[in-house]
Design a protein around this ligand. Sequence first.
Ligand SMILES: Cc1cc2nc3c(=O)[nH]c(=O)nc-3n(C[C@H](O)[C@H](O)[C@H](O)COP(=O)(O)O)c2cc1C
Length: 186
Amino acid sequence: MKISLETFQEIHNQIWKELGRATQDRHHTWRTPVLTTVGLDGSPNGRTVVLRRCDSHAGLFSIYTDSRSPKVAELKKTPQAQFVFWSTRLNWQLRVRAKVHILTTGALVESVWQQMRHTKSAGDYMTPQAPGASFPSANTHVDQENLDTYFAILQAEVVAFDWLELSRFGHRRAQFCDNTWQWVSP
Ligand SMILES: Cc1cc2nc3c(=O)[nH]c(=O)nc-3n(C[C@H](O)[C@H](O)[C@H](O)COP(=O)(O)O)c2cc1C
């Protein structure tokens, strides 16, 4: 479906609408963006993640992860990250520069975990081995009392959008930063 958007406000609103839809619709291609962080050695490190929550009013979206995963250590050191989304339906690429907050405690973490803890997905955050740990590990002991302590929410606070629309009538690209949109060369 081709969406005809003329104004920056329309583009801005549609971006947030699509991000919101992607958290609900398993088939939305924006559901699985690439999150790129700065590695501990300074090199870029990208990986696919699942978009879980979105709050357009606060300018936030979130993914869930294991607090032991290397990306969490990277984000602790450098909280700046880039998310890249591509949609074949929209013909849109969206690059998002974000400041990432790591939430491991608090009301939001607690309420999400309570909803999730008896589902299959909970297992992703309860493995005895940390993601990225060498395998097999000498220590495979499962601490049954603390199985839920590895769940974390990575909350991305949007700093900038780089929006690219591919079209046979001419590509369009616009950037949003400091509350201002501007057209740039595609
Ligand atoms: C389709 C897909 C979705 C994924 N979703 C997530 C996710 O939401 N959270 C996550 O931590 N890892 C997710 N992963 C795994 C990451 O891509 C990555 O392999 C893992 O988190 C380890 O990354 P790190 O070593 O850079 O921390 C997903 C992988 C794929 C292929």
